[in-house]
Design a protein around this ligand. Structure first.
Ligand code: PEP
Ligand code: MG
Length: 582
């Protein structure tokens, strides 16, 4: 048995599917002499396809972002056309008789060795371009090199790490569980697993050394345990837990049309976090009151190149129509940190989470940012819809003022163009400590607040949300975090401005109870967690929650707070124990 961090609750048992690395050298036999010519043609075809895709991408980025950003893709085309690169590949296929994928792997290894020897940071960065190009080429050669498990029911994916775009792509596969070596409870891959209701454990050191494909693996996303090839008794015990978890989900699904209330009848608002259309439908299916956070990054991360205004507008309209009660809060692009797209923010930074991310990046690409703002404003004109616009990572008052004036100008221009524009209230995410501390000033320039506790916790505790080594510090129930949250919620109440919390803690039973105790009445979470939280709310009175919060505030350590709340909730709602994670 191995221990990691439970990042998405539930239990799964199934055969392992391991992704060791994107660039694993494929197991291949040497080519027969008669196969060489065909293999060369296959390689050339893949190069042509990659070049065509890169040309289209460069054009689109040039017109929508800028010439400078498009240069990246011209450089990628140049690498593909580079005679030295082509010669090496030909040599690999013709002389060494290797299939193209294997030759590609060896060429990459050779380049990596060369780049490793140089001290020049600029040159080192160029290796990333080579990797990008080789990855693109390899995807055209054979999809097997990307993280693409075979179709099959109930696989447990075991990987070093999952990139957010990979998890999106994996969305169509029927995965039963996910285990990763790196990543923390609020890393974006974990959030995606949670939104799909897939049990997941991250931060399991060296797990790939101990698992091979088709080994039986148990994933307990609640306790963070992973068991490889369990003995029959252990396996059957976990399968029983898995059945119980499914049964609990079925029972909870029945509360979809019941209004969300605390036990004493006070109404609360349970909203859903979504990444795209499928999540919007899931949010409606579980009876969410609306979408509290639409992370639009995934629209960009999954688009083959760059969605323009019309494409974005169409996507927002479609998602709005599928969302519960046609209520949706759309967050503008929040790239950087662990989410990057090649045409924006791709420069390597020593501290990406503290660097050029999110709204900071949007300010430097005003055309790009305004395209999205325009699409959201127009989506807001839909009938019977309530669309709000949310800005991530706002740190200072100046930033929010700047955002407001950009949106106002966009609004005027759209009207001048004769286009319909919705009312669309503007809000900011409180996820930087500076914004939490100066919340009173910020409240004067926004219509609503959404607390992004995932980032707020990592910045308050100076503990990377993606790094399991500091997972013990990146804790939403730490006394420091509770004090900051209480202050923000209290300020919003005094100012009469609506406030929601949309970080992952909203879906954790213990944290939810405390948030209610602080007086918060609106939270947004992965749709898969919403039925459980609705059930917990129905068993918790406002007074009980307040009492718990008062007691918790007297405790000095995170461990004490967690233990105390565990005991309280075990008594209050013993039927919901399985829902707890991290
Ligand atoms: C947050 O930071 O809490 C949040 C909701 O945004 P994200 O997880 O996308 O950074
Ligand atoms: Mg955030």
């Amino acid at each position: 048995m191995r221990k990691g961090i439970g990042v998405s609750p539930g239990v799964a048992v199934g055969p392992a599917y391991c992704i060791h690395e994107i660039f694993v050298r494929p197991q291949t036999r040497p080519l027969e002499p008669g196969e060489v010519a065909g293999e060369l043609r296959r390689f050339e075809k893949a190069v042509k396809k990659s070049l065509a895709a890169l040309r289209a991408l460069a054009q689109k980025v040039a017109s929508q972002v800028g010439q400078e950003q498009a240069a990246v893709f011209r450089a990628h085309q140049a690498i593909l056309r580079d005679p030295a690169f082509t010669a090496k590949m030909r040599q690999g296929i013709e002389a060494t008789r290797q299939p193209a994928e294997a030759a590609l792997h060896d060429v990459l290894a050779e380049y990596t060795a060369i780049f490793d020897r140089t001290q020049d940071e600029y040159l080192k960065e160029r290796l990333a371009d080579v990797r990008d190009v080789i990855l693109r080429l390899s995807e055209y050669l054979s999809p097997m090199l990307s993280a693409d498990p075979p179709a099959g029911e109930g696989l447990i994916l075991v990987a070093q790490e999952l990139l957010p775009s990979q998890v999106v792509a994996l969305g169509e596969k029927h995965l039963a569980g996910i285990v990763t070596q790196s990543g923390g409870a609020t890393s974006h891959a974990a959030i995606l697993a949670r939104s799909r209701g897939i049990p997941a454990v991250s931060g399991v050191r060296d797990i790939l050394r101990h698992v091979t494909n088709d080994d039986t693996v148990v994933v307990d996303g609640s306790s963070g345990h992973v068991v490889v090839n369990p003995d029959p008794e252990t396996e059957s015990a976990y399968r029983k837990l898995q059945r119980e978890y499914f049964q609990l989900q079925d029972v909870l699904a029945e509360n979809r049309d019941v209004p969300a209330r605390l036990a004493d009848g006070e109404e609360i608002e349970l909203l859903a976090n979504i990444n795209g259309l499928a999540d919007a439908q899931a949010a409606t299916a579980v009876g969410a009151a609306g979408v509290g956070l639409f992370r639009t990054e995934y629209l960009f991360l999954t688009h083959p190149n760059l969605p323009d205004e019309e494409e974005q507008l169409a996507a927002y309209r479609e998602i709005l129509a599928a969302s519960p009660r046609r209520r949706i809060t759309i967050r503008t692009l929040d790239l950087g940190g662990d989410k990057t797209i090649p045409y924006l923010g791709r420069e390597r930074e020593a501290n990406p989470f503290m660097g050029w991310r999110s709204i900071r990046l949007s300010f430097e690409h005003p055309e790009f940012f305004l395209t999205q703002v325009r699409a959201i404003l127009q989506a807001g004109a839909a009938e019977n819809a309530e669309v709000r616009m949310l800005f991530p990572m706002i740190t200072t008052l100046e930033e929010m003022r700047r955002v407001r004036s950009m949106v106002d100008r966009a609004r005027k221009r759209l009207r001048a163009e004769g286009k319909a524009v919705g009312r669309v209230p503007l809000g900011l995410m409180v996820e930087v400590p500076a914004a939490a501390i100066c919340i009173d000033a910020l409240l004067t320039v926004v219509d609503f607040i959404s607390i992004g506790s995932n980032d707020l916790v990592q910045y308050l505790m100076a503990a990377d949300r993606d790094n399991p080594k500091v997972g013990h510090l990146c804790q939403p129930l730490s006394p420091a975090v509770l004090r900051v949250l209480r202050r923000v919620i209290e300020s919003c109440r005094k100012a009469g401005k609506p406030v929601t919390l949309c970080g992952e803690m909203a879906g954790l039973p213990r944290a939810f109870a405390l948030l209610m105790g602080m007086g918060l009445r609106s939270v947004s979470m992965s749709p898969a967690l919403l039925p459980g939280i609705k059930e917990l709310a129905a068993q918790l009175t406002a007074e009980q929650a307040r009492k718990m919060f008062r007691r918790a505030m007297k405790l000095k350590t995170t461990g004490q707070v967690m233990k105390y709340l565990r005991e309280e909730l075990d008594q209050l709602a013993p039927n919901l124990k399985l829902l707890d994670s991290a």
